[in-house]
Design a protein around this ligand. Sequence first.
Ligand code: FPP
Length: 251
Amino acid sequence: MYSGFGLLKQQNQQVNVPKHIAIIMDGNGRWAKKRLLPRFIGHQKGLNAVKRVVTHCAEIGVESLTLFAFSTENWRRPPEEVNKLMGLFLKALQREVSKLDDNNVKLQIIGDRSAFNDEIQTHIELAEAQTADNDGLVLNIAANYGGRWDMVEAVKRWQLANPDLDVSHLDESALSKYVCLAEQAEPDLLIRTGGEERISNFLIWQMAYAEFYFTDTLWPDFNEKSIDDAVHSFNQRERRFGQTGDQVKSC
Ligand code: FPP
């Protein structure tokens, strides 16, 4: 519980902070276009927003934050933009990890990292190793990630771990141990910026019961108050998990 920032503070409310927030960061290109700037500047400003949001989520006590940085479909963008995004990813891994480490953040990358060049793969491994023992916010960056890829990989991992079992033994609880982020709480809250209202193959298994929050704010403009607004909206929701409203109230 926290009573703290922005709107929440004005209303003097006690608030349930979601344990796990997942974010689809959208609108970098439009942010730049509106200012007649190259799309890449929007991505650079987007990285600043990432830093603000990570710091704020750690402050308010979020346990896990998962950011969709690059989807399996993003390779279809013009090669120049893909190269710039890879460069930004590498720069972030080289320059930001020590600060994350100082702030007790544990960094994990989810997705098929084999598609990245050797330098990026090496820095991913170094970053994860450097922050592995931290017990503060877990920051998951989804890079070359897709929810369908995740599920296919989970089935493969289950089969490898259970070579003597046939698929009739596979059920939801068995498979859930092999999807990405299995050891973390499932996302409670999905935020998507940039005005679109879809999940774009993000964490499709893990978000089965997440509350969705869509905002027109473009990702580079997203800030601490934006997070507070989303948390506030989350607190207005009645999460029923299949039960009736009366059942939930009597718990
Ligand atoms: C979506 O905006 C954004 C991306 C595909 C890339 C996200 C990257 C960052 C936020 C910066 C780097 C982050 C890390 C973690 C290194 P868009 O380009 O689809 O925007 P548009 O819909 O307005 O075109």
